[in-house]
Design a protein around this ligand. Sequence first.
Ligand SMILES: O=c1[nH]c(=O)c2[nH]c(=O)[nH]c2[nH]1
Length: 333
Amino acid sequence: MSKVYEPEGEGLSYLSHARYGKDKVRVFRVVRDGAWHNIVEYNVTALVEGDIEVSYTEADNSVVVATDSIKNITYYLAKTSPHVLHPERFALHLGTHLVSKYAHLKKAFITIEQLRWQRIPIAQGEGQTPKPHSHAFYRDGDEKRTVEAEIDASAGKDKIVASVTSGLKDLLVLKTTGSAFESFVRDEYTTLMEVNDRIFSTSIDLSYKFSPLRIPPPADGEGKVFDLPLTAEQAKGTAWDGDSVATVARNITLEIFALDESASVQATLYKMAQRIVSEHPHVQSVSYNLPNKHYVPVDMKYIGIDNMSPPKAEVFIPLSAPSGLISATVSRK
Ligand SMILES: O=c1[nH]c(=O)c2[nH]c(=O)[nH]c2[nH]1
């Protein structure tokens, strides 16, 4: 056998953080309700922390639940969990299962990206409103719904606490008026013109943090049976009710983007975030990252055509880079 590599200066350092698991677990699930089929497609990341130091420091794999097994558990729960169609609940179930089954694993970090599948609308006849098809779907954009759940069993397996941050990303929007940018700092570095009318386009990255949830001990001790003792009323607006919060947060974002007479990306962002906090008592904070995707009017002076400011500005160069990047978090007082 070749010589085992022995690091030098062992006394100089220590393992200060360790977390591992499976990334990019791609899952598609169909739930058949007779002829009516419901589907989800997820990209799942499932990571764990706990008493795993020796796997790094002593090459002792006896504490390692293989990442391959973590992937298998993800598929096992995609098959058996009653929560699979709801990304927040599925993340909570998966995380609870991991920390309940393995005593030495104290925390699970589950990230889910849900890809879009919409039902194909089918017109039933001439002049009829189209109806969503029972089992045929199309991808209507790159937007993803996101969930990040931390399931913490370090206070004991019967005292599991979960914190969940949900949101969406890659929702591309654009408006052709109702956006200005004026009265900013002017000095020797300024070349940007003040504009009272411009194109506003951004790719929305939104996240909202829910207040923590207590997870009751799983009935079978392993986390295979999992439910929250919340009535529908108690669950309203919590991470458990993630689907309805996601719908409202998305609608608020789109509505304010469309309707706001925007003074800047900053000011519009703030209005969106405030509205989400005000409509959901269980949302503790809301964050947005909004790239300002610039559309620059083409200067046609050289051929005697005015294309520089609205209403004359009609032909634009969509700049792929650079973009502005405006971000903020609005928190409940
Ligand atoms: O809405 C904007 N905010 C800025 O901070 C900024 N900076 C810039 O060049 N254009 C814009 N637009």
